[in-house]
Design a binder for this molecule. Structure first.
Ligand code: NIG
Ligand code: FE
Length: 416
């Protein structure tokens, strides 16, 4: 046997997130249970007595007594824009007064404002900001997070963002998955003739300048595009995703967030890893995702902040879709908490707490092509959260409260 990294024992329950999403027990609960970790991977999960007989806690580097508490997989937050500079809290106030997201964007605020602040920030500032965000995330139980570029909208800053994302991954225990999102908005820049850059010209630049440079840099794994009203059309988005695919990047799509524009079907056609937001998706759209194995990623925090109608998560789960839930953490949706997203997924989208758990862990991992994460089963990475609560239900039940007591990343305590 390798090194016995950790034994977590006497948990009131271990919610393994291995159950069938449409079955009786999606959370895959094992009661009075323990988890043994060897060389950072899960070696055993089961009744405490059995596990500790084979893996005595006194031989473990880290012995965690979880008496009366629940253990869940570390959250896999599969959609964030956590690398940025600047502050847009005044836009939160403006939205409360009735200004819409689209109005802010059209007036040069929103994404454009964060682009200005991000371009002006040094690499050191961007890195410090991102590391601070990762600290908040892990304290709330997230052990893997996807972070997008997309606040540069020029080759230099897009590459800088990806480099910062890569450095944050090296320095922080949370695993960071890098996504290139040069097609996040049409920048408010001018071309050589002094004319404002239009969307088609910008898409050309993304495809012929940014993507080759991003591929050379070799950091980004996914290529995302904002296919929506006020952003990119389906045809422009397709062009970006196909160019990304040619450079080895797996597509992802921001689809049907502000209006129905056809991004979901595009995600299905290009074989995207995920289609995200889906506030305006139809039943037919959802079926297209199911048929082509694209993970629908729901971002209830965004609907909450926009005061918009929520995506119909209940209908998607009932239709058999492997629904994921993520935070969409960004200056317009300023919450890093997967617990808050889970509470909204339950109260506003009709998921059960067990479904929300699977959506925030196993299916988040699916949206990132990382099937070894997000569940507590033999062979998986030992990314574990011990809650200061007796069951996984207490995560959404305790809305607004952080119930995370201890976090283990690959079996090593990183919180608590
Ligand atoms: O997923 N919708 C596009 N992108 C982000 C918002 C980014 C921003 O407003 O800064 C989202 O909601
Ligand atoms: Fe987003």
């Amino acid at each position: 046997m390798g090194d016995l990294t950790a034994v977590v024992r006497d948990a009131a329950e271990v919610a393994t997130a291995t159950g069938d999403l449409r079955g009786d027990d999606p959370a895959g609960v094992v009661e009075d249970a323990a988890v043994a970790v060897v060389d950072g991977g899960i070696a055993a999960v089961g009744p405490t007595e059995e596990v500790t007989r084979e893996y005595p806690p006194e031989n473990a580097t880290h012995a965690v007594e979880a008496r009366g508490r629940a253990v869940i997989p570390g959250y896999v937050d599969s959609h964030t824009h956590a690398c940025f500079a600047g502050d847009r809290s005044d836009e939160f106030e403006a939205k409360l007064q009735g200004t819409t997201y689209g109005e802010l964007l059209a007036a040069g605020g929103g994404i454009h404002r964060t682009v200005r602040a991000t371009r002006a920030a040094s690499d050191g500032e961007l890195l410090d900001n991102l590391l601070d965000q990762l600290d908040v995330m892990v304290a709330h139980g997230t052990t893997t997070v996807e972070v997008k570029s997309g606040y540069g909208l020029d080759t230099e800053t897009e590459l800088r963002m990806l480099d910062v994302i890569d450095r944050a991954d090296d320095r922080h225990p949370v695993d960071v998955v890098p996504t290139f999102m040069g097609a996040h908005a049409v920048p408010r820049d001018y071309d050589g003739d002094g004319d404002a850059v239009d969307a088609d010209d910008y898409v050309d630049r993304v495809a012929s300048e940014q993507l080759p440079a991003v591929a050379d840099q070799g950091i980004a794994e996914f290529c995302d595009v904002f296919c929506d009203e006020g952003a990119f059309t389906v045809e422009q988005s397709r062009r970006v995703l196909e160019a990304g695919r040619e450079h080895g990047l797996t597509p992802k799509v921001h689809a049907e967030e502000l209006a129905h524009r056809g991004g979901t079907k595009l995600a299905a056609e290009v074989g995207a890893a995920s289609a995200d937001h889906l506030l305006h998706a139809t039943d037919e759209d959802v079926q297209a995702l199911i048929d082509t194995d694209v993970t629908p990623v729901l971002l209830p925090g965004t609907a909450f902040g926009l005061g918009a109608d929520y995506a119909d998560g209940r209908a998607m789960v009932d239709a058999g879709a492997p629904v994921a839930v993520a935070t969409d953490f960004n200056p317009n949706c300023h919450s890093q908490s997967m617990a808050f997203a889970s509470a909204l997924a339950c109260v506003e989208m009709g998921l059960t707490p067990a479904e929300a758990l699977v959506a925030g862990t196993r299916n988040g991992a699916r949206a990132l092509d990382r099937e070894a994460l997000g569940t507590i089963r033999e062979g998986a990475s030992a990314d574990l959260v011990v809650l200061d609560a007796p069951s996984h239900v207490h995560v959404p039940y305790s809305y607004g409260i952080n119930r995370v007591a201890t976090v283990l990343k690959a079996g090593r305590p990183v919180v608590g």
